[in-house]
Design a protein around this ligand. Structure first.
Ligand code: HEC
Length: 372
């Protein structure tokens, strides 16, 4: 690219100086060459400010010089010095920018997620989903799309540019060229809107998880059921958090992906508060497991964390989810146990290499009536 720019600059100098020596000093030839070179810089996909600036300075200089009847030697000196100056000033800025981008590329490198994402036959959805599940897939997709704000788009664009832009040297330094794209790669842009990197404790320890008390019909009223559905979806969005997906060229080249994690303890819903919220994983182990942690699920922490097998409530409830149900709720000695499906929707497909509706995991909740 640099060679092409140098070449264009040289042609420009030669043509202009050649014209300056010819009798009559033809303005037409000079202007036409300028236009052709301007066109070529566009053609090279970069609005090359180096050459453009050179044209914008050398040309007026040519017309003034012609008008004041200077000597060709004077013009040669003027045009060469202007070119050197333009290259010096803009080129330096370009190199600085190039260095900054190289640092950012190191901070947000392409990573392969392939090995981190095993697909398990367990998660395949073989049964017809219940109407409730179908509905909730749509609700989740909608919710994710609305969470993907401009900030999300800018972040992805910035990461994409950082890794995929063909050339930035000289094209960005004066705010030309890449400024046509709104999200310039910068640390601030890339970090914007991410979840804080802190773990959030579970309100109750694992030992306090109550077991089902045998009464199978849930105490929840109908409207409570609805609220809990919405609340579960909200939890999935917070956990998977689309803003943190980053930019994905393919599964081996993902930049800026931040592992799934909760950013806050889900707020109480109606009279129910969360005591524990655990993740049942289907992907990483041969049999389903529940990750054991005193923090809310955070994949960075759970990778390699201890696990337990599913308990008396979770085992049959997970079976129901695998058969296509969305949410299972039972009474327990102290409140309610609930298992909610985390299914693949369209925004997860590419990364998880799964199909819409596949079961990627489940949240196992222990809820308690507030104040009890
Ligand atoms: C940019 C890639 C990417 C996208 C998009 C993505 N995930 Fe993930 N997800 C991962 C990775 C990688 C893991 C494995 C844990 C890790 O290494 O961070 C994972 C793990 C999970 C797990 C835990 C699985 C287990 O058994 O431990 C669940 C559940 C999950 N994802 C659900 C979702 C859902 C639902 C969506 C869509 C809303 C989604 N993911 C979108 C990359 C992604």
């Amino acid at each position: 690219m640099l060679i092409l720019l140098l070449f264009l600059s040289m042609i420009l100098l030669v043509v202009v100086n050649h014209a300056a020596r010819r009798p009559g000093r033809p303005v037409g030839v000079v202007s036409a060459t300028g236009l052709v070179i301007l066109f070529l810089t566009f053609f090279a996909e970069v609005f090359a400010p180096l050459v453009v600036m050179q044209i914008f300075i050398v040309y007026p200089a040519f017309y003034i010089w012609r008008w004041s009847s200077g000597t060709p030697r004077q013009f040669l000196i003027i045009s060469v010095s202007v070119t050197v100056l333009v290259y010096g000033v803009i080129g330096r800025k370009g190199f600085e920018k190039e260095r900054e981008w190289a640092e950012l590329r190191e901070r947000y490198p392409y990573q392969s997620l392939e090995a981190r994402l095993p697909t398990s036959a367990m998660s395949l959805n073989k049964n017809k989903l219940s109407d409730d599940s179908e509905n909730q897939l749509e609700v989740l997709e909608e919710k994710i799309s609305t969470t993907q704000s401009l900030r999300f788009i800018y972040r992805r664009q910035a990461l994409a540019q950082l890794h995929e832009a063909k050339t930035i040297l000289f094209s960005d330094s004066m705010g030309f060229g890449i400024s046509r794209m709104r999200a310039r790669p910068s640390d601030t842009h890339i970090k914007a809107g991410l979840h804080p990197d802190v773990n959030i404790s579970q309100p109750a320890s694992l030992l306090e998880v109550p077991q089902p008390n045998g009464r199978s019909s849930p105490v929840l009223l109908r409207f409570e059921n609805e609220e809990l559905r919405e609340w579960h979806i909200k939890g999935i969005v917070d956990f998977t958090y689309p803003n943190a997906f980053g930019y994905m060229r393919d599964i081996r080249h993902v930049a800026g992906f931040e592992s799934h994690r909760f950013s806050e303890l889900p707020a109480p819903v109606l009279q129910w508060e969360v005591r524990r919220l655990d993740l049942a994983g289907l992907l990483t182990h041969e049999n389903p497991v529940v990750y054991v942690s005193e923090n809310l699920p955070c994949m960075d922490e759970l990778r390699g964390a201890p696990t337990r097998s599913l308990d008396e409530f979770e085992t049959p409830a997970l079976e129901k989810l695998r058969q296509g149900e969305h949410l299972q709720v039972v009474n327990s000695s102290e409140g309610v146990r609930m298992l909610g499906a985390i299914r693949c929707v369209k925004q997860c497909e590419e990364c998880h290499n799964s199909k819409r509706g596949d079961l990627l995991g489940a949240f196992s909740y222990t809820l308690r009536r507030i104040g009890k």
